[in-house]
Ligand binder design. Structure first.
Ligand code: SAH
Ligand code: SF4
Length: 349
């Protein structure tokens, strides 16, 4: 086995075994990393050309009943400031976003019992009535099959539910009392219902090994999500993982490039977490096959309260100015903003 052969296989066959992925992660050097990134970029140019899709992110609620060890919104964090947006506030964000040219809205939040199926159906219906041509993505964690189905029927198009880690042991160590199978079942249900489903994982979770990452990469290949969110773990000061270092830019970029090669058509964000650990993070993500950016559309007054991790990038940038600068920076990097819904061509409904 050698790294160059594995990269060439990834490029020509869009596949690699767990052993090959592990070997690559363990042994890749700087030069080989550049080759991997080049191949990922070529693949992205073939499938999506130099287009970058924008998703306006609306952070719906900072209440959460879960206790994920890594996250600042975990229920045990008594210092977290909690808020929730009502339907009018959401609609205001959506209108602002549409004007800025965001044709996909993402409603993301903690697992908050306030947002019952009825409340969500009302919000989704209102958004879709006003903006029938825009795509709506939800990212509200684990819910029942029936709940996912009701929200889909109300008009939601996509659902982001990162699998977080495909290694049962690691998954359960960062989600105490939460069986690994439940989340995977949710992902299966989302796909079955007809959502464009998004999986994904963090890079650099404390005690994560390259074998864990190889499991994540194989999971992504086999599950074949329409989207895949990959970002570095970043510590939050009020969580049990506060003293651990953040995941590295380099390893995150390697994982992004591998996922682009494993799934040429996947929608792959250059995440805010990646920008938060390095000022060139976003460009590095785009150059390694990333083709999505998710600018914040939340009301300014709640942004600091939606604190999954510390030192989040762009947190208080004014929306119109941010939009202009984003486009400018994307152009500088050789890419182009695309004002469409940006569906995965294999999953267009
Ligand atoms: N509650 C939902 C959606 C909000 S959290 C859910 O958990 O699915 C969205 C994502 O933020 C999570 O999937 C997780 O991967 C990421 N996240 C949370 N805490 C983080 C941290 N400390 N560093 C990096 N990413 C984090
Ligand atoms: Fe809640 Fe999501 Fe944070 Fe877990 S990661 S505590 S589910 S907001």
């Amino acid at each position: 086995m050698n790294v160059i052969d594995i990269i060439n296989k990834l490029y020509s066959e869009n596949d690699a075994s767990k052993e090959e992925l592990l070997y690559l992660l363990d042994n890749i050097n700087e030069e080989e990393k550049n080759l991997l990134i080049e191949k990922a970029h070529e693949t992205r140019m073939r499938t999506y050309s130099n287009k970058v899709y924008l998703r306006g992110l609306i952070e719906l609620t900072s209440f959460c009943k879960k206790d994920c060890l890594y996250c600042g919104l975990r229920r045990s964090n008594k210092s977290a400031e909690r808020y929730r947006l009502n339907i009018d506030e959401v609609l205001e964000c959506v209108r602002k976003g549409d004007k800025l040219g965001y044709k996909t809205f993402v409603l993301q939040g903690g697992e908050d019992a306030y947002y019952t199926d009825d409340v969500m159906v009302e919000i989704i219906t209102a958004i879709k009535n006003e903006f029938p041509n825009n795509a709506l993505t939800l990212s509200l964690g684990e819910r029942s099959y029936e709940s996912y189905e009701k929200m889909f029927k109300a008009g939601a198009d996509r659902y982001l539910l990162r699998h977080e880690s495909a290694s049962k042991k690691l998954y359960e160590s960062i989600h105490p009392g939460e069986p690994y199978e439940v989340r995977f079942n949710c992902l299966k249900n989302l796909k079955e219902i007809g959502y464009q489903a998004g999986a994904g994982f963090m890079v650099g979770i404390p005690n994560q090994t390259n074998e864990d990452l190889a499991n994540d990469l194989r999971f992504v290949k086999e599950f074949e999500p329409a989207m895949c969110g990959i970002g570095p773990f970043i510590p939050h000061k009020d969580t049990p993982l506060k003293d651990y270092p953040h995941g590295s830019l380099e390893k995150t970029v390697i994982c992004l490039a591998i996922v682009r090669l494993l799934l040429p058509k996947v929608l792959l964000p250059a995440t805010t977490a990646l920008s938060s650990i390095d000022k060139n993070g976003r460009n590095a993500g785009l150059k390694a096959g990333g083709n999505v950016i998710m600018p914040n559309l939340s009301p300014m007054s709640v942004r600091k309260k939606y604190s999954l991790y510390n030192n989040k990038a762009y947190i208080l940038d004014e929306d119109a100015e941010y939009r202009r600068l984003t486009e400018e920076k994307i152009k500088e990097a050789g890419f182009e903003v695309e004002i469409t819904r940006g569906d995965n061509p294999d999953f267009r409904g």
